[in-house]
Design a protein around this ligand. Structure first.
Ligand code: AMP
Length: 339
Protein backbone atom coordinates (compact mmCIF):
# COMPACT_ATOMS: atom_id res chain seq x y z
CA UNK A 1 0.00 0.00 0.00
CA UNK A 2 1.50 3.39 -0.95
CA UNK A 3 1.82 5.48 2.19
CA UNK A 4 4.63 7.96 1.50
CA UNK A 5 2.83 10.43 -0.71
CA UNK A 6 -0.80 9.45 -0.61
CA UNK A 7 -2.90 8.36 2.35
CA UNK A 8 -5.32 5.59 1.43
CA UNK A 9 -8.83 6.26 2.74
CA UNK A 10 -10.85 3.36 1.36
CA UNK A 11 -11.23 0.81 -1.41
CA UNK A 12 -13.69 2.04 -4.05
CA UNK A 13 -13.46 -0.54 -6.77
CA UNK A 14 -12.32 -3.95 -7.87
CA UNK A 15 -11.50 -3.84 -11.55
CA UNK A 16 -10.67 -6.92 -13.60
CA UNK A 17 -7.11 -5.67 -13.77
CA UNK A 18 -6.65 -4.41 -10.21
CA UNK A 19 -8.03 -2.74 -7.09
CA UNK A 20 -8.94 0.95 -6.96
CA UNK A 21 -8.38 3.02 -3.80
CA UNK A 22 -9.39 6.51 -2.73
CA UNK A 23 -6.42 8.38 -1.25
CA UNK A 24 -5.68 11.84 0.14
CA UNK A 25 -3.10 13.77 -1.90
CA UNK A 26 -1.66 15.67 1.04
CA UNK A 27 -3.08 18.98 -0.18
CA UNK A 28 -6.68 18.51 0.92
CA UNK A 29 -7.75 16.79 -2.30
CA UNK A 30 -8.14 13.18 -3.33
CA UNK A 31 -6.85 10.87 -6.03
CA UNK A 32 -7.84 7.37 -7.16
CA UNK A 33 -5.03 4.82 -7.13
CA UNK A 34 -5.45 1.86 -9.45
CA UNK A 35 -3.09 -0.93 -8.53
CA UNK A 36 -1.80 -2.87 -11.49
CA UNK A 37 -2.01 -6.57 -10.86
CA UNK A 38 1.38 -8.14 -11.52
CA UNK A 39 1.01 -11.51 -9.77
CA UNK A 40 -0.18 -13.46 -12.80
CA UNK A 41 2.36 -11.86 -15.15
CA UNK A 42 5.32 -14.01 -16.09
CA UNK A 43 6.63 -11.66 -18.74
CA UNK A 44 7.01 -8.45 -16.76
CA UNK A 45 4.69 -5.46 -17.05
CA UNK A 46 1.17 -6.46 -18.21
CA UNK A 47 0.49 -5.52 -21.80
CA UNK A 48 -3.13 -4.50 -21.09
CA UNK A 49 -1.99 -1.99 -18.47
CA UNK A 50 0.70 -0.68 -20.82
CA UNK A 51 -1.92 -0.17 -23.51
CA UNK A 52 -4.26 1.65 -21.11
CA UNK A 53 -1.47 3.97 -19.89
CA UNK A 54 -0.27 4.85 -23.39
CA UNK A 55 -3.78 5.54 -24.54
CA UNK A 56 -4.70 7.69 -21.54
CA UNK A 57 -1.50 9.71 -21.87
CA UNK A 58 -2.55 10.75 -25.35
CA UNK A 59 -6.01 11.93 -24.23
CA UNK A 60 -7.08 15.22 -22.71
CA UNK A 61 -10.76 16.14 -22.46
CA UNK A 62 -13.09 17.26 -19.66
CA UNK A 63 -15.22 14.16 -20.18
CA UNK A 64 -12.37 11.64 -20.14
CA UNK A 65 -10.73 10.61 -16.86
CA UNK A 66 -7.35 12.23 -16.30
CA UNK A 67 -4.34 10.05 -15.54
CA UNK A 68 -2.11 12.30 -13.40
CA UNK A 69 0.93 10.04 -13.17
CA UNK A 70 2.30 6.58 -12.50
CA UNK A 71 3.75 5.58 -9.16
CA UNK A 72 5.78 2.66 -7.81
CA UNK A 73 5.47 1.84 -4.14
CA UNK A 74 6.85 -1.25 -2.40
CA UNK A 75 7.16 -3.10 -5.69
CA UNK A 76 3.57 -2.38 -6.77
CA UNK A 77 2.71 -0.12 -9.68
CA UNK A 78 -0.19 2.34 -9.43
CA UNK A 79 -1.97 4.58 -11.89
CA UNK A 80 -2.84 7.89 -10.19
CA UNK A 81 -6.15 9.34 -11.43
CA UNK A 82 -8.24 12.37 -10.58
CA UNK A 83 -10.79 11.21 -7.99
CA UNK A 84 -14.48 10.86 -8.89
CA UNK A 85 -17.12 10.62 -6.13
CA UNK A 86 -19.46 8.16 -7.86
CA UNK A 87 -19.97 5.86 -10.82
CA UNK A 88 -23.22 5.62 -12.75
CA UNK A 89 -24.08 2.08 -11.60
CA UNK A 90 -23.63 3.16 -7.97
CA UNK A 91 -25.71 6.32 -8.38
CA UNK A 92 -28.54 4.52 -10.15
CA UNK A 93 -28.75 1.99 -7.29
CA UNK A 94 -29.41 4.59 -4.59
CA UNK A 95 -32.77 6.30 -4.08
CA UNK A 96 -31.88 9.49 -2.18
CA UNK A 97 -31.13 11.55 -5.26
CA UNK A 98 -33.13 11.03 -8.44
CA UNK A 99 -32.18 12.55 -11.78
CA UNK A 100 -34.67 14.88 -13.52
CA UNK A 101 -35.02 14.75 -17.34
CA UNK A 102 -32.81 17.90 -17.49
CA UNK A 103 -30.09 16.14 -15.45
CA UNK A 104 -30.22 13.09 -17.70
CA UNK A 105 -29.83 15.37 -20.71
CA UNK A 106 -26.70 16.92 -19.17
CA UNK A 107 -25.26 13.46 -18.45
CA UNK A 108 -25.96 12.22 -21.99
CA UNK A 109 -24.49 15.40 -23.47
CA UNK A 110 -21.26 14.87 -21.54
CA UNK A 111 -21.14 11.16 -22.46
CA UNK A 112 -21.50 12.00 -26.18
CA UNK A 113 -18.95 14.84 -25.93
CA UNK A 114 -16.42 12.40 -24.40
CA UNK A 115 -17.18 9.80 -27.06
CA UNK A 116 -17.02 12.31 -29.93
CA UNK A 117 -13.56 13.28 -28.67
CA UNK A 118 -12.38 9.66 -28.36
CA UNK A 119 -13.66 8.68 -31.78
CA UNK A 120 -12.15 11.79 -33.35
CA UNK A 121 -8.80 10.77 -31.82
CA UNK A 122 -9.23 7.30 -33.35
CA UNK A 123 -9.93 5.48 -30.08
CA UNK A 124 -12.73 2.92 -29.51
CA UNK A 125 -13.49 2.38 -25.82
CA UNK A 126 -14.94 -1.15 -26.19
CA UNK A 127 -16.24 -1.47 -22.62
CA UNK A 128 -18.78 1.28 -22.01
CA UNK A 129 -21.12 0.50 -19.09
CA UNK A 130 -22.37 2.20 -15.93
CA UNK A 131 -19.45 1.25 -13.71
CA UNK A 132 -16.98 2.78 -16.20
CA UNK A 133 -18.77 6.12 -16.33
CA UNK A 134 -17.70 8.26 -13.39
CA UNK A 135 -19.43 11.30 -11.84
CA UNK A 136 -18.30 13.89 -9.36
CA UNK A 137 -20.36 16.04 -7.01
CA UNK A 138 -20.30 18.92 -9.50
CA UNK A 139 -22.27 16.70 -11.86
CA UNK A 140 -19.33 16.24 -14.24
CA UNK A 141 -19.19 12.96 -16.13
CA UNK A 142 -15.97 11.26 -17.26
CA UNK A 143 -15.38 8.10 -19.26
CA UNK A 144 -12.99 5.70 -17.51
CA UNK A 145 -11.41 2.24 -17.68
CA UNK A 146 -9.51 2.10 -20.95
CA UNK A 147 -8.32 -1.48 -20.34
CA UNK A 148 -10.03 -2.75 -23.49
CA UNK A 149 -9.72 0.41 -25.58
CA UNK A 150 -7.65 0.58 -28.76
CA UNK A 151 -6.74 2.86 -31.62
CA UNK A 152 -8.54 1.88 -34.81
CA UNK A 153 -7.59 2.44 -38.43
CA UNK A 154 -9.83 5.16 -39.76
CA UNK A 155 -9.12 4.41 -43.41
CA UNK A 156 -8.36 0.71 -43.44
CA UNK A 157 -10.71 -2.10 -42.39
CA UNK A 158 -8.93 -4.25 -39.83
CA UNK A 159 -9.73 -7.41 -37.90
CA UNK A 160 -10.25 -7.04 -34.16
CA UNK A 161 -11.49 -9.39 -31.48
CA UNK A 162 -15.25 -9.58 -30.91
CA UNK A 163 -14.80 -10.71 -27.29
CA UNK A 164 -15.14 -7.14 -26.06
CA UNK A 165 -17.83 -5.06 -24.33
CA UNK A 166 -19.70 -6.47 -21.33
CA UNK A 167 -22.48 -8.66 -22.74
CA UNK A 168 -25.52 -6.51 -21.82
CA UNK A 169 -24.01 -3.52 -23.65
CA UNK A 170 -22.62 -5.47 -26.61
CA UNK A 171 -23.98 -4.54 -30.06
CA UNK A 172 -25.67 -7.13 -32.31
CA UNK A 173 -22.85 -7.19 -34.88
CA UNK A 174 -20.37 -8.37 -32.20
CA UNK A 175 -22.92 -10.90 -30.91
CA UNK A 176 -23.14 -12.13 -34.53
CA UNK A 177 -19.37 -12.59 -34.69
CA UNK A 178 -18.17 -9.46 -36.51
CA UNK A 179 -14.43 -8.80 -36.25
CA UNK A 180 -14.35 -5.81 -38.57
CA UNK A 181 -15.91 -2.89 -36.74
CA UNK A 182 -15.40 0.70 -35.68
CA UNK A 183 -16.55 3.29 -33.12
CA UNK A 184 -20.20 2.37 -33.81
CA UNK A 185 -19.83 -0.43 -31.25
CA UNK A 186 -19.48 2.22 -28.51
CA UNK A 187 -22.61 4.02 -29.75
CA UNK A 188 -24.79 0.94 -29.19
CA UNK A 189 -23.52 0.78 -25.60
CA UNK A 190 -24.18 4.53 -25.26
CA UNK A 191 -27.79 3.95 -26.40
CA UNK A 192 -28.20 1.26 -23.71
CA UNK A 193 -26.79 3.64 -21.09
CA UNK A 194 -28.99 6.55 -22.19
CA UNK A 195 -32.11 4.38 -21.70
CA UNK A 196 -30.78 2.99 -18.41
CA UNK A 197 -30.51 6.56 -17.07
CA UNK A 198 -34.29 6.81 -17.42
CA UNK A 199 -35.33 3.28 -16.40
CA UNK A 200 -32.60 2.90 -13.71
CA UNK A 201 -31.75 -0.65 -14.74
CA UNK A 202 -29.88 -2.24 -17.63
CA UNK A 203 -32.32 -2.59 -20.54
CA UNK A 204 -31.01 -5.75 -22.24
CA UNK A 205 -30.30 -8.28 -19.50
CA UNK A 206 -29.53 -11.85 -20.57
CA UNK A 207 -27.57 -14.79 -19.16
CA UNK A 208 -25.63 -15.76 -22.27
CA UNK A 209 -24.80 -14.50 -25.75
CA UNK A 210 -27.54 -16.31 -27.68
CA UNK A 211 -30.14 -15.24 -25.15
CA UNK A 212 -28.69 -11.72 -25.40
CA UNK A 213 -29.71 -11.49 -29.08
CA UNK A 214 -33.19 -12.78 -28.23
CA UNK A 215 -33.63 -10.14 -25.54
CA UNK A 216 -32.60 -7.44 -28.02
CA UNK A 217 -34.97 -8.85 -30.69
CA UNK A 218 -37.90 -8.78 -28.25
CA UNK A 219 -37.53 -5.01 -27.82
CA UNK A 220 -36.05 -3.82 -31.12
CA UNK A 221 -37.72 -6.44 -33.36
CA UNK A 222 -35.74 -8.89 -35.51
CA UNK A 223 -33.23 -7.31 -37.92
CA UNK A 224 -33.79 -7.57 -41.67
CA UNK A 225 -31.76 -7.01 -44.84
CA UNK A 226 -33.77 -3.94 -45.81
CA UNK A 227 -32.36 -2.02 -42.85
CA UNK A 228 -29.10 -3.95 -42.74
CA UNK A 229 -28.05 -5.55 -46.05
CA UNK A 230 -24.82 -6.97 -44.52
CA UNK A 231 -26.83 -8.87 -41.88
CA UNK A 232 -26.54 -12.15 -43.82
CA UNK A 233 -22.75 -11.74 -44.10
CA UNK A 234 -22.27 -11.74 -40.33
CA UNK A 235 -20.14 -14.79 -39.38
CA UNK A 236 -22.67 -16.42 -37.02
CA UNK A 237 -25.84 -15.30 -38.80
CA UNK A 238 -26.91 -18.84 -39.84
CA UNK A 239 -26.19 -20.22 -36.38
CA UNK A 240 -28.44 -17.82 -34.51
CA UNK A 241 -31.01 -16.98 -37.18
CA UNK A 242 -34.34 -15.99 -35.58
CA UNK A 243 -37.16 -18.49 -36.21
CA UNK A 244 -39.80 -15.82 -36.80
CA UNK A 245 -39.92 -12.11 -37.50
CA UNK A 246 -40.81 -9.91 -34.51
CA UNK A 247 -41.93 -6.27 -34.82
CA UNK A 248 -40.18 -3.56 -32.81
CA UNK A 249 -41.67 -2.79 -29.38
CA UNK A 250 -39.23 0.06 -28.81
CA UNK A 251 -41.70 2.95 -28.82
CA UNK A 252 -44.25 1.06 -26.68
CA UNK A 253 -41.55 0.12 -24.19
CA UNK A 254 -39.92 3.52 -23.73
CA UNK A 255 -42.42 6.27 -24.63
CA UNK A 256 -43.49 6.52 -20.98
CA UNK A 257 -39.92 7.38 -20.02
CA UNK A 258 -38.49 9.50 -22.85
CA UNK A 259 -39.58 12.62 -24.72
CA UNK A 260 -40.17 12.35 -28.52
CA UNK A 261 -36.71 13.71 -29.41
CA UNK A 262 -35.12 11.50 -26.74
CA UNK A 263 -36.84 8.46 -28.24
CA UNK A 264 -35.62 9.37 -31.74
CA UNK A 265 -32.04 9.66 -30.54
CA UNK A 266 -32.07 6.44 -28.48
CA UNK A 267 -33.62 4.54 -31.40
CA UNK A 268 -30.94 5.93 -33.74
CA UNK A 269 -28.24 4.71 -31.35
CA UNK A 270 -29.78 1.25 -31.33
CA UNK A 271 -29.82 0.91 -35.13
CA UNK A 272 -29.01 -2.63 -36.18
CA UNK A 273 -27.02 -1.44 -39.17
CA UNK A 274 -23.76 -0.05 -37.74
CA UNK A 275 -23.44 2.27 -40.75
CA UNK A 276 -26.77 3.91 -39.94
CA UNK A 277 -26.14 4.13 -36.20
CA UNK A 278 -26.01 7.73 -34.92
CA UNK A 279 -22.42 8.87 -34.26
CA UNK A 280 -21.44 10.76 -31.11
CA UNK A 281 -20.93 14.01 -33.06
CA UNK A 282 -24.35 13.61 -34.73
CA UNK A 283 -26.01 12.83 -31.39
CA UNK A 284 -24.94 16.24 -30.06
CA UNK A 285 -26.65 17.94 -33.03
CA UNK A 286 -30.03 16.24 -32.61
CA UNK A 287 -33.22 18.04 -31.50
CA UNK A 288 -32.95 16.36 -28.08
CA UNK A 289 -30.04 18.70 -27.29
CA UNK A 290 -30.57 21.63 -29.63
CA UNK A 291 -34.26 22.54 -29.51
CA UNK A 292 -36.31 20.31 -27.23
CA UNK A 293 -36.99 21.48 -23.67
CA UNK A 294 -35.96 21.11 -20.90
CA UNK A 295 -32.42 22.34 -21.46
CA UNK A 296 -29.62 20.26 -19.97
CA UNK A 297 -28.92 21.00 -16.30
CA UNK A 298 -25.92 19.65 -14.35
CA UNK A 299 -26.97 17.31 -11.49
CA UNK A 300 -25.14 19.30 -8.81
CA UNK A 301 -27.52 17.88 -6.18
CA UNK A 302 -25.27 14.80 -6.17
CA UNK A 303 -23.28 16.72 -3.54
CA UNK A 304 -26.22 16.31 -1.13
CA UNK A 305 -25.97 12.52 -1.31
CA UNK A 306 -24.95 10.87 1.92
CA UNK A 307 -21.65 9.22 1.00
CA UNK A 308 -20.18 8.20 -2.30
CA UNK A 309 -21.64 5.66 -4.65
CA UNK A 310 -19.57 3.22 -6.65
CA UNK A 311 -20.60 -0.11 -8.09
CA UNK A 312 -18.72 -1.75 -5.22
CA UNK A 313 -21.04 -0.01 -2.69
CA UNK A 314 -24.14 -1.15 -4.51
CA UNK A 315 -22.78 -4.72 -4.57
CA UNK A 316 -22.13 -4.49 -0.82
CA UNK A 317 -25.60 -3.07 -0.21
CA UNK A 318 -27.21 -5.83 -2.28
CA UNK A 319 -25.25 -8.45 -0.31
CA UNK A 320 -26.32 -6.79 2.96
CA UNK A 321 -29.99 -6.72 1.85
CA UNK A 322 -29.79 -10.40 0.86
CA UNK A 323 -28.29 -11.19 4.29
CA UNK A 324 -31.09 -9.30 6.07
CA UNK A 325 -33.71 -11.11 3.99
CA UNK A 326 -32.10 -14.46 4.83
CA UNK A 327 -32.04 -13.54 8.50
CA UNK A 328 -35.70 -12.48 8.42
CA UNK A 329 -36.61 -15.76 6.71
CA UNK A 330 -34.65 -17.70 9.35
CA UNK A 331 -36.44 -15.76 12.12
CA UNK A 332 -39.81 -16.60 10.59
CA UNK A 333 -38.82 -20.25 10.24
CA UNK A 334 -37.68 -20.29 13.86
CA UNK A 335 -40.88 -18.59 15.06
CA UNK A 336 -43.02 -21.02 13.05
CA UNK A 337 -40.98 -23.92 14.44
CA UNK A 338 -41.69 -22.75 18.00
CA UNK A 339 -45.44 -22.50 17.49
P1 AMP B 1 -11.92 0.14 -13.31
O1 AMP B 1 -11.04 -1.04 -13.11
O2 AMP B 1 -11.19 1.30 -13.91
O3 AMP B 1 -13.17 -0.22 -14.05
O4 AMP B 1 -12.41 0.60 -11.86
C1 AMP B 1 -13.24 -0.18 -11.06
C2 AMP B 1 -14.12 0.74 -10.23
O5 AMP B 1 -13.30 1.62 -9.45
C3 AMP B 1 -15.03 1.67 -11.04
O6 AMP B 1 -16.26 1.07 -11.33
C4 AMP B 1 -15.20 2.86 -10.11
O7 AMP B 1 -16.26 2.67 -9.20
C5 AMP B 1 -13.90 2.90 -9.34
N1 AMP B 1 -12.99 3.91 -9.96
C6 AMP B 1 -12.20 3.76 -11.05
N2 AMP B 1 -11.54 4.90 -11.33
C7 AMP B 1 -11.93 5.81 -10.40
C8 AMP B 1 -11.62 7.19 -10.16
N3 AMP B 1 -10.78 7.87 -10.93
N4 AMP B 1 -12.23 7.80 -9.10
C9 AMP B 1 -13.09 7.11 -8.31
N5 AMP B 1 -13.42 5.83 -8.50
C10 AMP B 1 -12.86 5.17 -9.52
Amino acid sequence: MPTELFKVVSKVGEGTFGQVYKAGNGAGGFVALKRIRMESERDGFPVTAMREIKLLQSLSHVNVIKLHEMMVSKGAVYMVFEYMDHDLTGVLCQKQFLFTPAHIKALCKQMFAGLAYLHHKGVIHRDLKGSNILLNNRGELKLADFGLARFYHKRRQADYTNRVITQWYRPPELLLGATVYGPEVDMWSAGCIMLELFTRRPIFQADDEIHQLQVIYRVMGTPNTTQWPELVDQPWYELVKPKEAIASQFRDSFSRWLSPAGLDLAEGLLSYNPKLRVTAAQALETAYFTTELPRAEMPTGLATLGGEWHELDSKKERAERAKQKRRAAEDVAEAVGKE
